[in-house]
Design a protein around this ligand. Structure first.
Ligand code: 13P
Ligand code: ZN
Length: 267
C-alpha cells in the first residue's frame, strides 16, 4: 500500500482547507469537510483495519454502506490542517447497515470527526440518491453568504432571486436555486435531517445566522458553488443601498435560454 499522506484527495483537502481559511471563512475550528473516497483510491492508499468505533449520531445512511469517507476532526483549526493532517483529518468506514462507523486512519490524538457528521453523512446519502457521482460536502462560515440571513426575508426564492441578480452568471452556476434552513442548534441529527431535506432539491444550503453547505461531485465543484454564492452576496452588500439599475427577470430568462438551463421557475 502507498503512503496514505500521498492520497490525492488528502492532498486536495489540505489545499482547499488552507484556501478557505485564507478567505476568512473558517475562523478557529469553524467549518468542516467530508469526501467519499473512490474504490481505486481506497485500494491504493487507505488502510482498512478498524482502529476504533465512531458514533455517527443515531442516523442511518444505507446509501453509504461500506464507503470510506475522509472527514475533518471536531475542534480542529483549519489553519493547522496543512501542518498535521494525521491529527486534524480522519478516514472512517461506514458499517454495512449504515448505522455506525470505524475509524481506519488519522485523528491520532483520539478526537472525533466533526460534530456536524450527521449533517455531512445525511447530505451525502441524499445527494447520492440524486446524483450517483456525488462525493463532496463542505461546510464553512462564508462571511457575506451567512450575513444575508440577517437582512433578507427567510425565503428561499427571495434569496435565490437576489443572488441571481447580483451577477450574470449566478443562474448558470446554481440554476436550481439555493436552500435555506432557519436557525437551529447545530451539531446533531435534527439539523442534519432538516438540511438533508433541502439537499434533495439543492446542492447548496444556507444555515441561518451560522454558515453554508456546498456539495458536488468534486472539491472544485462544491468550492466553486460556495465562492460563487459568496461573490454574489458580497456584491449585494456593496450595492444594496445605492442600486440604480439591476438585472431584470427578462434578462435572467435570456441567460437561461442562451445556456439552456433547467432553472427554478421563480422569475
Ligand atoms: P466542528 O469543529 O465540530 O467541525 O464544528 C465546527 C462548526 O463549524 C460547527 O458548525
Ligand atoms: Zn459551522
Amino acid at each position: 500500500m502507498k503512503n496514505t499522506l500521498e492520497c490525492p484527495t488528502i492532498i486536495e483537502v489540505i489545499r482547499i482547507a488552507t484556501n478557505m481559511y485564507n478567505q476568512g471563512w473558517d475562523e478557529r475550528n469553524g467549518g468542516n469537510i467530508s469526501i467519499i473516497l473512490d474504490d481505486d483510491e481506497v485500494n491504493e492508499y487507505i488502510p482498512t483495519t478498524p482502529i476504533r468505533k465512531i458514533d455517527i449520531g443515531g442516523i442511518c445512511v444505507k446509501q453509504l454502506a461500506n464507503k470510506y469517507i475522509l472527514v475533518t476532526g471536531t475542534g480542529k483549526y483549519f489553519k493547522n490542517i496543512q501542518y498535521n493532517p494525521e491529527i486534524n483529518l480522519g478516514i472512517i468506514r461506514i458499517s454495512s447497515d449504515g448505522t455506525s462507523a470505524d475509524l481506519v486512519w488519522g485523528l491520532i490524538d483520539g478526537k472525533n470527526p466533526t460534530s456536524e457528521l450527521p449533517t455531512h453523512l445525511e447530505n451525502h446519502a441524499v445527494r447520492i440518491d440524486v446524483d450517483p457521482k456525488h462525493r463532496v460536502v463542505i461546510h464553512c462560515h462564508a462571511t457575506h453568504s451567512m450575513a444575508l440571513s440577517f437582512v433578507l426575508p427567510e425565503d428561499e426564492d427571495e434569496i435565490t432571486k437576489t443572488l441571481w441578480k447580483m451577477q450574470t452568471e449566478s443562474i448558470v452556476v446554481f440554476p436550481e436555486g439555493i436552500g435555506y434552513v432557519p436557525w437551529m442548534v447545530c451539531g446533531g441529527k435534527e439539523i442534519g435531517d432538516a438540511t438533508a431535506e433541502k439537499m434533495k432539491q439543492y446542492r447548496y444550503v444556507i444555515w441561518g445566522m451560522h454558515g453554508v453547505f456546498g456539495t458536488g461531485q468534486t472539491i472544485d465543484e462544491a468550492f466553486g458553488l460556495i465562492e460563487t454564492v459568496e461573490k454574489a452576496a458580497t456584491i449585494y452588500f456593496l450595492v444594496k443601498d445605492n442600486i440604480r439599475q439591476s438585472i431584470t427577470n427578462e434578462q435572467l430568462k435570456q441567460v437561461a435560454e442562451a445556456f439552456n438551463l433547467n432553472y427554478k421557475k421563480i422569475l
